[in-house]
Design a protein around this ligand. Structure first.
Ligand code: NAD
Length: 228
């Protein structure tokens, strides 16, 4: 089976009702990123940080995977599909995809501020000051904040480098190191970009742009890649 590697970003979940960061009406127009998504913010105002992520998590509990997520899960009938996602939602999981690497953390998880190996699944959207791990340390969102290391990047680079087909969907390719993953794709491997905005990909002449939303764009991709 060929390896089909997907790099997904916020646009993947836009049709599920989860706003992207940089599009019109994106989250950062309402909040200053440095006030809610950085270690400095956590030190200065943990309540605001928790509330920001609580609102995102509440929305996620109310959201469902869209057709784009479902098509990626379906493609496992024909390909070894590996998804590298910048998204912190669990919509790929809920659509049925089996191999998912979260680069920027997971919204439905919390981790101990005293021991980063203590990670907990959240059953409810609200995380509060006073919610502690089994060792008594405050829990924080299991999110990679601006300025923190993207620990999964090495694994993501290894996955990108074995791709036989590489698909980029719903990402502006503005956020590094995730945006650099395309450079690990082997020469000659076909790259498909599904995004209404045509993000720039650098020097790669094997790129096919599908300038559509994730749901219709991935349907087209499926038609191109699978027997009809
Ligand atoms: P981004 O906001 O920078 O870019 C979003 C991209 O999605 C744009 O290129 C836009 O044209 C495209 N897009 C918009 N609607 C789309 C649709 N219906 N179908 C397909 N594409 C569509 O997002 P990014 O590149 O992922 O980077 C921003 C950061 O935001 C990431 O680190 C990510 O962790 C975080 N984020 C995650 C979520 C989530 O988990 N769902 C939501 C918002 C932001």
């Amino acid at each position: 089976m060929q390896s089909l590697v997907v790099l997904s970003g916020a646009g993947m979940s836009a049709e599920s009702g989860i706003p992207t960061f940089r599009d019109m009406g994106g989250i950062w127009e309402q909040y200053d990123v440095t006030q809610v998504a950085s270690p400095e913010a956590w030190r200065a105002n943990p309540e605001l940080v928790l509330e920001f992520y609580n609102q995102r998590r509440k929305k996620l509990f109310e959201s469902e995977p869209n057709n784009g997520h479902l098509i990626l899960a379906e493609l496992e009938q024909w390909f070894n599909v590996q998804i590298i996602t910048q998204n912190v939602d669990d919509l790929h999981e809920r659509a049925g995809s089996k191999q998912i690497l979260h680069l920027h953390g997971e919204l439905k998880k919390a981790r101990s501020t005293g021991n980063p190996n203590l990670v907990y699944e959240l059953k409810h959207w609200g995380l509060k000051l006073g919610d502690v791990c089994e060792k008594g340390y405050q829990l924080r969102p299991h999110i990679v904040w601006f300025g923190e290391a993207v620990e999964a990047i090495g694994q993501a680079q290894a996955i990108a480098s074995i791709a036989d087909i590489f698909v980029v969907v719903g990402t502006s390719l503005n956020v590094y190191p995730a945006a650099g993953l395309v450079h690990y794709v082997r020469k000659g491997v076909p790259v498909f970009v599904v995004d209404p905005a045509k993000p720039l990909l650098g020097n790669n002449n094997n790129v096919t742009y599908i300038t559509e939303k994730a749901s219709t764009g991935l349907m087209k991709l499926k038609e191109m890649l699978t027997p009809q």
